[in-house]
Design a protein around this ligand. Structure first.
Ligand code: ADP
Ligand code: MG
Length: 693
C-alpha cells in the first residue's frame, strides 16, 4: 500500500487551490495528472530580481525592483494609447504603462498615494523612465516575495508563468521531509541534502548554479529516480528468477537433428550464446536473458535450438514476433527444420480465426503442438498451454515490460529469452533491463561482405533507377524503400504508390509494392513473391524494417533517407548483405540537409557496426528518443537525464544490487524508506515481488 505521506501527492492536480477545470488539462499536458507530477516540473531558468535600485539609477533594459510612491493615474485618450501611472521615489519619476488596461484593477493594485514595490524591465523612452507591464506589483511588507531568484518554468499553451508557479507552489506545500532512503556514506561523499530540502531548493534556487543538472540538488533528485528504477528492475528480476517450475534439461537429440539439417555451420558466437542460454535453462532459477545480435547475425536459429532444449525435456515453447509478417517468416524458416526434427508447430496471430483458431488452441492446450510462433495474439486469455517451458520474444524493443510478464504468466514460470537486433547502448540497457543476463552475437555468419553504402542527392534518382535496371538484368533483387510516417501518412503512401507506378513503367511486372496499410494476406503474398524471386523489385514503406530475411536481395535504395533515424536506417540496411554476394545501399536525400541528418548519413557511410551506430545515435538524439520511448517500453525519466547522469546510473545499479543482497525484502528502516521511494516514482508495481508485499 502507498505510504500515507504520499497520499496528497497522488491526488489529481485540480485538487490544488486555484487549479480549476480550465487549467487542469493544460497542467496534465505539461506535467501529468497528479500533484506529484508538478514536483517533477523543474525550472528551466531563473530571473534575478535581487537587484534593488532607485529610479534615477535604473538603466535602460535593466531588470529592476524599486519601491515607489504611486502618483497620478492618466487614463488613455483612446484604446491604442497606454494607461499611464506616474510614480516617484526620492531620485526621480517612473512611469508605469499598461496597454489594454482594466482601470478598476489598476486603481485597486496601485492606489494613488501609496507605496508599492514594482519589478520589471526599465526602458528610457521619450526622456522618461518607464516600465511597461511590471512583472510584479506588491505592498512594501511583501518585498521579500519579489527580491529573489524567480524560477522560470517551461510552459505550454494555456498556462502562464504566474499560474503555473502558483500550482507548483501548491504542490510543494503538500510535501514534507521523509525518512532518508539513501545510504548515508553516499550522501556524505556526494554532499547531498535530504529529499525535501533538495526539492525545495531545486524549485526556489538561491543560486543560478542550482539549475545545473549536476548541482547537488538536482543530482540528488535524479539519483532518487534512477535508484527507484534500478531497484524496481532488480525486484522484478529477482522475483522472476526465483520462481521456476522445473529446469529445462534436454538431452540434445532434437537439436542435433536440426544442426545436421542446417545448410551451414553455426558461428562461434552462436555456439557460445547457445551454451550460455542452455546452461541458464538447466539451472534451478528461471532464465531472464537478452540475446543481443546485430541484424543478420543469425538469432533465429539460436532461438529455435533453445526452444528445442525445452521440448526435448517434454515441454512446449513459443516464439513471439512484433508483427504478422515476421511471425509468418519465422514459421517459414523454422517449419522445415522442425519437421526435420519431428517437432510439431503452429502459428497463432490475429488472423487465425474461428474453427482454425479453435483447433490451434486445442493443440496447444493438450500438448500435441510443441512450438507456437505468433504475435501478441499468443497472450490472449483463452490461450492455454499444456506445459509451456520456454518463451522467446523477438525484436524486443517493440514490447513493453508488462507484456513480457503477461507471457511469462502463461506457463509455470517459463524461461524467457528476449532477442533484440537493436544494439542498445549500455546506459539504456541498464535502465530498461537492470542487470539482466546478456548473450551477444558479435560475429556475423562467414562469407558476409560489407555493404557498400553511398549517399546521393535526389536529383540523381534517374541514373540510380537506370543503374538498378542493369543490376536487375544480372539477376539481383532490390528493395526500394519509401518513408511512411504517421504525421504525413497519406502523402507518403501516395508517394510510395507513385514510385511503384514509375518503376513498373521502367521494369515491367518485376515490381511489387508492400506497405503498412495493406491487409495481412496481401502483404504476405507480395513478400512471398519477392522471397521466391517472382518479383525482383520490392517497393516498400518501412514495414520491412525489422527482421525480414531475403538473402538474395543485395541492393537497397532508400528515398528521403534524411527523414529516417539512424537506428532505423541501420535496421533497413540490415535487410541486405545477408548472402555471400556483395551488396549496395543507396541513400537518397532531399536537400537541403540539416546538420543532424548530414551526420547520420555520414555515420551510415562510415560504419556498419550496430553498437557504434547506437552510441552515435544516442549522442545525436538523446536517450529518451533513441528507441521511441513510449513504444519501446523503456522508462521515461522525469528528473534524470541519461546524457547528464550516466555515471549516476551505474552507481544506482550497484546500489540496487547491494540493497537487494542485504535487505531483499526491504524490511529494515532504510528498506522501508526505499519502499516510499518506489511509490514516489510510481515504480510500485515491483513491490508485489516482495514476499511480504
Ligand atoms: P537476425 O539475427 O537478423 O534475426 P537471421 O536469424 O534472420 O538474423 O539470420 C540471417 C540469415 O543468416 C538467415 O538467412 C540465416 O539462415 C543465416 N544464417 C544464420 N546463421 C548462419 C550461419 N552460422 N552461417 C551462415 N548463415 C547463417
Ligand atoms: Mg530476426
Amino acid at each position: 500500500m502507498r505510504p500515507e505521506v504520499l497520499y496528497p501527492l497522488f491526488k489529481p492536480v485540480d485538487t490544488l487551490k486555484g487549479v480549476g477545470p480550465r487549467l487542469k488539462p493544460a497542467l496534465e499536458r505539461l506535467a501529468g495528472e497528479h500533484v506529484v507530477d508538478l514536483l517533477w516540473h523543474l525550472p528551466a531558468s531563473v530571473v534575478d530580481r535581487r537587484h534593488q535600485c532607485h529610479v534615477a539609477d535604473a538603466g535602460h533594459g535593466e531588470l529592476c525592483t524599486m519601491t515607489v510612491r504611486v502618483g497620478e493615474h492618466i487614463k488613455p485618450p483612446n484604446k491604442r494609447r497606454p494607461y499611464r501611472i506616474v510614480c516617484h521615489d526620492d531620485t526621480g519619476t517612473l512611469v508605469l504603462t499598461f496597454f489594454h488596461a482594466h482601470s478598476d484593477y489598476l486603481t485597486k493594485t496601485l492606489p494613488e498615494g501609496e507605496l508599492r514595490v514594482v519589478s520589471g524591465t526599465v526602458e528610457h523612452y521619450n526622456n522618461e523612465i518607464q516600465m511597461t507591464h511590471p512583472d510584479h506589483v506588491v505592498k512594501v511588507d511583501e518585498i521579500d516575495t519579489v527580491l529573489r531568484l524567480e524560477p522560470v518554468y517551461p510552459l505550454t499553451h494555456g498556462v502562464t508563468q504566474k499560474v503555473l508557479a502558483k500550482a507548483i507552489n501548491g504542490a510543494l506545500a503538500e510535501t514534507k521531509p521523509m525518512s532518508e532512503w539513501h545510504d548515508q556514506a553516499l550522501m556524505d561523499s556526494r554532499k547531498w541534502l535530504g529529499w525535501h530540502e533538495s526539492l525545495m531548493a531545486a524549485h526556489e534556487p538561491e543560486e543560478a548554479s542550482v539549475l545545473d543538472p549536476n548541482s547537488v540538488q538536482r543530482q540528488r533528485l535524479a539519483y532518487d529516480e534512477l535508484l527507484a528504477n534500478q531497484l524496481a528492475l532488480g525486484l522484478v528480476r529477482r522475483g522472476m528468477r526465483k520462481a521456476k517450475g522445473a529446469p529445462n534439461t534436454g538431452d540434445g537429440h532434437l537439436r542435433q537433428k536440426v544442426i545436421d539439417a542446417l545448410p551451414f555451420a553455426l558461428t562461434g558466437s552462436q555456439d557460445t550464446a547457445l551454451s550460455e542460454i542452455i546452461a541458464d535453462m538447466g539451472s534451478d532459477y528461471r532464465m531472464l536473458r537478452l540475446l543481443q545480435g546485430d541484424v543478420g547475425s543469425g538469432k533465429t536459429v539460436v532461438a529455435l535450438l533453445t526452444m528445442l532444449a525445452a521440448i526435448e525435456d517434454g515441454g512446449q515453447a513459443v516464439l513471439m514476433a512484433p508483427t504478422e509478417i515476421l511471425a509468418r517468416q519465422h514459421l517459414k524458416t523454422i517449419e522445415p527444420l522442425a519437421e526435420a526434427a519431428g517437432v510439431t508447430m503452429t502459428i497463432l496471430t490475429g488472423r487465425e480465426k474461428g474453427k482454425n483458431r479453435k483447433g490451434i488452441l486445442e493443440g496447444l492446450a493438450n500438448g500435441e503442438t510443441q512450438i507456437a510462433v505468433g504475435t501478441h495474439a499468443l497472450f490472449q486469455d483463452d490461450v492455454d498451454f499444456a506445459n509451456l517451458r520456454m518463451a522467446v520474444i523477438d525484436e524486443q524493443h517493440r514490447f513493453g515490460v508488462h507484456q513480457r510478464l503477461e507471457l511469462a504468466a502463461k506457463g509455470q514460470a517459463v524461461d524467457v529469452l528476449v532477442m533484440t537486433a537493436t544494439p542498445i547502448p549500455r546506459t539504456l540497457m541498464l535502465t530498461a533491463y537492470g542487470d539482466m543476463d546478456v548473450s551477444r552475437l558479435l560475429e556475423k555468419p562467414a562469407g558476409r561482405q560489407p555493404v557498400d553504402t553511398r549517399v546521393f542527392p535526389s536529383n540523381k534518382l534517374g541514373s540510380i533507377a537506370e543503374g538498378v535496371a542493369r543490376k536487375l538484368d544480372s539477376g539481383t533483387r532490390v528493395y526500394w524503400v519509401c518513408p511512411l510516417v504517421e504525421e504525413s501518412e497519406k502523402l507518403d503512401l501516395a508517394a510510395a504508390e507513385d514510385r511503384f507506378e514509375d518503376l513498373k513503367k521502367m521494369y515491367g511486372n518485376r515490381v511489387g509494392l508492400v506497405h503498412g496499410r495493406m491487409k495481412g494476406k496481401e502483404k504476405d503474398a507480395v513478400m512471398a513473391d519477392f522471397k521466391d524471386g517472382k518479383i525482383d523489385v520490392l517497393v516498400a514503406t518501412t514495414v520491412i524494417e525489422v527482421g525480414v530475411d531475403v538473402p538474395e536481395a543485395t541492393v537497397m535504395v532508400i528515398e528521403h533517407a534524411e527523414r529516417f533515424g539512424l537506428a532505423q536506417l541501420h535496421q533497413l540496411r540490415g535487410r541486405i548483405g545477408r548472402g555471400t554476394e556483395a551488396s549496395q545501399c543507396l541513400l537518397v536525400y532531399q536537400g537541403p540537409l540539416g546538420e543532424v541528418a548530414e551526420k547520420r548519413l555520414k555515420i551510415m557511410r562510415e560504419t556498419e557496426d550496430g553498437f557504434v551506430i547506437a552510441e552515435e545515435d544516442l549522442k545525436l538524439r538523446g536517450a529518451g528518443e533513441l528507441l521511441g520511448t513510449r513504444q519501446s517500453g523503456l522508462p521515461e525519466f522525469r528528473m534524470a537525464d541519461l546524457n547528464d547522469h550516466a555515471d549516476l546510473l551505474s552507481v544506482a545499479t550497484d546500489d540496487a544490487k547491494v540493497i537487494l543482497e542485504s535487505d531483499p525484502d526491504l524490511k529494515t528502516d532504510r528498506g522501508n524508506a526505499l519502499r516510499t521511494l518506489l511509490y514516489l516514482f510510481e515504480r510500485d508495481a515491483a513491490i508485489k515481488y516482495l514476499r511480504s508485499g
